[in-house]
Design a protein around this ligand. Sequence first.
Ligand SMILES: Nc1ncnc2c1ncn2[C@@H]1O[C@H](COP(=O)(O)OP(=O)(O)OP(=O)(O)O)[C@@H](O)[C@H]1O
Ligand SMILES: [Mg+2]
Length: 600
Amino acid sequence: MSINVGEVVAVRGTQVTLRIFEESSLETLYYDGKKYKGVSIREYIGVKRGFCLIVCVIEGEYLDENRFDIDNNKKQYIRKVEIKPIGYFEQNQFTDGIKLMPMIKDKAFLLNESQVIQVFSQGTDGNFNIGKMLKEDLPVSLPWHKIFNSHIGIFGNTGSGKSNTLTKLYSELFANYEDKLKGKSKFLLIDFNGEYTGNQLIKDADNKKTYKLSTGNRQGNKFPLPCSQIWNTEILALLFQATSNTQTPFLNRVIVKREKHKERADSLKDYVISTFYICFVNPAQNKEFLIHLKVIAKHLNHRPLIEKLDGIFWYDQGDKFAYKPQQGVNWEWFETEQGFNDNLRPLLAAVDTAQVDTFDELVVRINIQLLRDLTYGYIQFDHIQPLLKRVEASIKDLHKIFDIKENTDDEFKLLNVVSLRNCNQANKKIVPLLLAKMFYQGHRDTVENTPNKTLHFIIDEAHNILSQQSNREHESWKDYRLEMFEEIVKEGRKFGMYLTLSSQRPADISSTIMSQVHNFFIHRLVNDKDLFLIDNTISTLDRMSKSLIPNLSKGSCVITGTAFDLPIVMQVDYIEEKESRPDSDDVDLGVLWGINEEDA
Ligand SMILES: Nc1ncnc2c1ncn2[C@@H]1O[C@H](COP(=O)(O)OP(=O)(O)OP(=O)(O)O)[C@@H](O)[C@H]1O
Ligand SMILES: [Mg+2]
């Protein structure tokens, strides 16, 4: 059997006390050629009960005093340990949960290494290893088939090893099953700091695509967006943070209008011409309209038209628009059909709308809608103007980071990394949300009832977009942002869409999202708020593992959740090869400042 180290002396509820024999206090013991760990806190021990070996975890120890009256009050101490059952071996098979409870006088035995591995690797195929158990130093295999079909949370203070763990987890997945995943699953990694843009995660470069988006001066890559996704009210409302009462319905009208005539080749051009017509051939021309017509011309990118409009001015005496050509030629007017046909229509007819890209078309259509709505008195300018300002402001960035295509099905690889390192704050918030929404919608609409493919959305530094506290942004926009992810986290699993979040401040993340995460990798966390939240949201975390969290070293983490029967405290392997690990190394000041150890 194994080494008998003690016996049960008390049982209260699930709390069992053992008396430990004196000779059993060694750190490591050998018996029958096998290595055993001695009795100490957080170790495992077995209590024999009939044919069952009840596996218990040691939670505490103390000395109990024994007095012998005969020998003149001589005192003797006996060592006692408190243990709690967590599962049992029956016919060499480990099952977790309490079936039998130990009884007084039952014998306690040490567990050998293979038994400990069996306890923590149950139900796995034995070859998914990302690290070793912290205390026992034994490799544990994780049940990958239960981890990757769930929402995963990786939490810990900065520098505690989250990025390393995330990389290790997915590298291991790809290293083992890369070929089998192809065509069935897609992985999208949102990388705020450009840590994964090299050769990380996947060995075969053909299976990875990196998009380095940039809104700054640096030239970046463009992310392909399907055209159909842009002409979608919800997406546009999200892109331009439209308010729900007036601005979103306005955007909706823009889209409906386009949808109606989209089959006709010249629909945009006709629409432009008729709008100019309405604005000019009108007994009551509106002075304010010119500025919008100029915007339209600018985005149609037609030089003669732009120049013409630049020359048009408001003639106060007549309360109408006029154009003054060079000296000696008569002024031009536009308020009659004749004037319009002679002076403006030929220019408009020459516009080539085929070369107008989607974003420009969007601006054109929004301005047209505004002019028409104003003419017919549908809207108040003040309500729409902020939207127009936002559209104008963001369109330049959107041009830089997106590439609109008819069809993007073939664009994506098994793993797609989107680096937002060179994007400005506004886009750091919007782009992940937009991608989440698009991929989620696209995926949801194409999967069958039992998902035949899966989508894995990985966000390192997720507090950037999931934080509840943010004073800079509008309340309703914040709600919208969070609701989006809450929907994915609540409904996504059914459609085979899974989130992996990594964050420094779990307390900042919306509690709805936190409460739906299934599996947790918790690194060192010291803040009380974070610990409190962890305590409240993770039901599978036991008291002892929890008490370790503030003192975990780099790369150590407590792993718990629905995929695991018992919390595991693990030291995740450090990724040795420089090019396979995330670009997040601590700065070595010695090297940076050129100071050797001896000089210091
Ligand atoms: N398992 C590990 N063993 C040893 N060192 C590690 C381990 N994991 C990470 N490190 C080291 O710790 C440092 C920080 O790691 P990492 O970037 O993974 O932390 P992080 O939690 O993602 O930090 P941040 O929140 O700032 O992104 C790096 O220098 C890395 O080399
Ligand atoms: Mg990190």
